[in-house]
Design a binder for this molecule. Structure first.
Ligand code: ATP
Ligand code: MG
Length: 384
């Protein structure tokens, strides 16, 4: 029996005035997520129906659709005829293996000769006459057999609501630039912001040749996983090798991280402005490491002139972040052992509460503008 996928969307209904705009973006995101597969997408009274696909692709389609933000729930339904035999045949396929059920009907075609209550009652009776082992429980059934009688003589029958990613469609809330490392936190931060509808581009700093190709591949892999949610299939990289060497040679070791991070934020802001991003996003969490104290954040903030910095994980415990990383599928990649640039030249005792006066004194020893310019010359765009 042919199948269809029913898609119900989430918060879109809140945006009454902009509904058309939100729906268009949502539709495009669905199409992008299913790229490479054959299917047809139809809008149908406040939801979407996908059909015309190859049966073998159903699982793959569901997996991909579960990552599209704005999608509330989805169901895989059987497409059948609206006569009782046709509906029964499909209903038997979605009945539970044992236990209790009820039938819930919805009539899109108001000319259908039975009311929805009648359809449920008659179909329930027919199911019982075939499946003597099942019982009806209208209050707390093991499974609800849902029947949707549509115009044009077809009915959709399904028994499951699969939870979607919820949130808002990516592209409805502007664009941001995520500073992505090879760690656990930053991909989670990017996911959270994308969930609110922001298009998240990624920028990674490396210290090649101190960091190797495996470290780079790891970040590309993380960006790829993230792209399943954001639809953005590229990663920007910039080398901070010479910046680190200069700091290492000329500045106090305890300020290494603080100084490096100020370079990263400066470069990130300039890059963000070039690509039209409206904010920076990081995976920082208050107090997690020496550079993530409020003093550390103040020192980074003070070099960013025009854009806000979103730190969605600021109040999260590491365990909470790890849970999310596991859920979104980045954890296994994040814990691979390859070093990212921050671990190169890492001082034994980084300053926990760096003072601006000291930072500025150390920074004065460096050609900040020259180093930034040089770093930009290493900018690479990796598309995948
Ligand atoms: P993560 O798990 O995201 O690497 P972390 O706990 O290791 O975070 P830090 O290394 O202090 O913490 O980095 C804090 C944030 O700074 C990261 O979440 C990320 O947004 C940004 N960041 C750190 N290193 C890099 C890098 N090499 N390239 C781009 N951004 C980085
Ligand atoms: Mg890190």
């Amino acid at each position: 029996m042919k199948r269809a996928i029913i898609i119900r969307y989430a918060e879109l209904f809140l945006k009454k005035k902009n509904r058309g705009y939100f729906e268009t973006i949502f539709e495009n995101n669905i199409k992008k997520a299913l790229e490479g597969l054959t299917f047809e997408l139809h809008k149908n009274s406040g939801r979407y129906i996908i059909d015309g696909f190859d049966e073998y692709d159903v699982e793959e389609m569901v997996e991909r659709l579960k990552k599209v933000f704005g999608l509330h729930t989805l169901s895989v339904a059987y497409i059948t005829t609206t006569d009782l035999d046709g509906m029964l045949e499909a209903a038997l396929l979605v009945c539970p293996d044992s236990g209790t059920f009820k039938v819930e009907s919805h009539r899109g075609d108001k000319r259908y000769p039975m009311t929805s209550v009648e359809i449920s009652r008659v179909l329930g009776g027919k199911i019982l006459s075939v499946r003597h082992d099942l019982k009806v429980d209208v209050h707390n059934p093991d499974r609800t057999v849902c029947v949707d009688v549509r115009e044009g003589g077809t009915a959709l029958v399904f028994g499951e609501y699969i939870e979607g990613a919820n949130g808002m469609p990516v592209g409805t809330a502007g664009k941001g630039l995520l500073l992505i490392s090879g760690g656990i936190d930053s991909p989670v931060a990017g996911h959270m912001i994308a969930k609110r509808g922001m298009r998240v581009e990624t920028l990674h700093f490396h210290s090649y040749p101190y960091t190797n190709d495996q470290a780079k591949d790891k970040v590309i892999d993380l960006a790829k996983i993230l792209s399943q949610y954001t639809g953005v299939s590229k990663l920007h990289t910039v080398s901070v090798t010479h910046i680190q060497e200069e700091i290492h040679e000329k500045c106090k070791p305890e300020l290494m991280i603080t100084l490096l991070r100020r370079f990263m934020f400066r470069i990130a802001e300039r890059h963000a402005l070039r690509i039209g991003a409206q904010c920076l996003i990081t995976g920082e969490s208050l107090g997690q490491v020496a550079s993530q104290t409020i003093e550390g954040m103040t020192s980074s903030n003070s070099v960013v002139e025009k854009l806000p910095i979103l730190r969605p994980l600021v109040g999260f415990d590491k365990n909470e972040i790890i849970d999310r990383a596991v859920k979104i599928g980045t954890y296994e990649t994040s814990i691979l052992p390859y070093e990212d640039c921050c671990t190169v030249f890492l001082p034994e005792f980084p300053a926990i509460r760096p003072k601006l006066k000291d930072i500025l004194a150390e920074e004065a020893k460096l050609d900040v503008e020259g180093l930034i310019k040089e770093a930009f010359a290493s900018l690479e765009k990796i598309e995948f």
